[in-house]
Ligand binder design. Structure first.
Ligand code: NAD
Ligand code: UDP
Length: 326
């Protein structure tokens, strides 16, 4: 499904967990890649190995500010994604989603570029429909602590669809469900990184609530493949399309699996459930299967083993917690 024509591709948030892997894939396909990032939740180390490639370029920039570049495709990933990160400065989070979307859409309109938005399962909020199909309109608390992210991403989807209808911009929207893998920020507070870091350090594993809430975890390689397929899909299909692994696990099951795979002696400890924490989450991926012939191939157990190996390989003290809370 990948195109063989060399494209000039902008990846905003390109130094992050998903963005750096996307850049890697696009560089290896020979594309001319510009990675744009303000390094709020990432570090240059994520893309340092790409700097020696003549078809890779790194720009420090904040997507809330306009920028003039000439490109054929844009992947818009710039946005803090972990709850602790996006709640650190919630006003900035909303600005990043909304003003970032306006800026990349303006660029796409001027350059006649294709533009893909990294949206999220959070647009479904704490869902009453299970699993979640794209047609479900969601149950988001617009005034809660997660709203800066959820509503920011929802507003970005609105802007994408309006630029498509009003200006004929070639847009694509993917709704990403919990994705994990090597190069997650070890202090991002997300459940997979927290549990692995805690297990490897022999610390207690912190379960929020009673651990019966569910998530469906997608390995990053599967996700990146889906994203690239969506960018290369026929123009008639702009989404939104769910990308995620439909295998659903309780958070307690995840904790037990991490303990088994790391052979840790850690105990499970229970802490209060954060406000508006979704109770269940599982993607309905029939649309992705039908339109992109895409489905995940990596089981949680296998993806976790690779992620644990990576966590074992890093010097954790070299990672700067992006916010004072972590
Ligand atoms: P990440 O935090 O590792 O990456 C986000 C990147 O955006 C970071 O490099 C950060 O420095 C950069 N950034 C943040 N604000 C910026 C700004 N104002 N200007 C420029 N750069 C900025 O997170 P990730 O998991 O790689 O997520 C990437 C994208 O995918 C995000 O848009 C996120 O909302 C979306 N997403 C991710 C998941 C997931 O489970 N990983 C799930 C749903 C959606
Ligand atoms: N969680 C947990 N312990 C942790 C971190 C997270 O039990 O140390 C829970 C969290 O309350 C949520 C789930 O794990 O129910 C997934 O949290 P994460 O922050 O990874 O992502 P979310 O899907 O909530 O955005």
């Amino acid at each position: 499904m990948t195109t063989h024509r060399i494209q000039r591709i902008l990846v905003t948030g390109g130094a992050g967990f998903l963005g750096s892997h996307l850049c890697e894939r696009l560089v290896s396909q020979g594309h001319d890649v510009i990675c744009l990032d303000n390094f709020f939740t990432s570090q240059k180390a994520n893309v340092a190995h790409l700097l020696c490639h003549p078809n890779f370029e790194l720009v420090r920039h904040d997507v809330t500010q306009p920028i003039w570049l000439e490109v054929d495709e844009i992947y818009n990933l710039a946005c803090p994604a972990a709850p602790g990160h996006y709640q650190f400065n919630p006003i900035k989070t909303t600005k990043t989603s909304v003003m970032g979307a306006i800026n990349v859409l303006g660029m796409a309109k001027r350059c006649r570029a294709k533009v893909l938005q990294a949206s999220t399962s959070e647009v479904y909020g704490d869902p009453e429909v299970h699993p979640q199909p794209e047609s479900y309109r969601g149950s988001v608390n617009p005034i809660g602590p997660r709203a800066c992210y959820d509503e920011g991403k929802r507003a970005a989807e609105t802007l994408f669809m309006d630029y498509y209808r009003m200006n004929g911009v070639n847009v694509r929207i993917v709704r990403i469900f919990n994705t994990y893998g090597p190069r997650m920020h070890p202090f991002d507070g997300r459940v997979v990184s927290n549990f692995i870091r805690q297990a490897l350090a022999g610390e207690d594993i912190t379960i929020f609530g009673d651990g019966s809430q569910t998530r469906s975890f997608c390995y990053r390689d599967d996700l990146i493949e889906g994203m690239i397929r969506m960018m290369n899909a026929p123009d008639a299909f702009c989404g939104p399309v769910n990308l995620g692994n439909p295998d659903e696990f309780t958070i307690k099951e995840l904790a037990e699996l991490v303990i088994e795979l790391t052979e840790a002696k850690s105990k499970l400890v229970y802490e209060p459930l954060p406000t508006d924490d979704p109770t269940r989450r599982q993607p309905d991926i029939s649309l992705a299967l039908q339109q992109l012939q895409w489905q995940p191939t990596i089981r949680l157990r296998d993806g976790l083993k690779r992620t644990i190996d990576w966590f074992r390989s890093i010097e954790i003290e070299e990672y700067r917690p992006p916010t004072p809370n972590y």
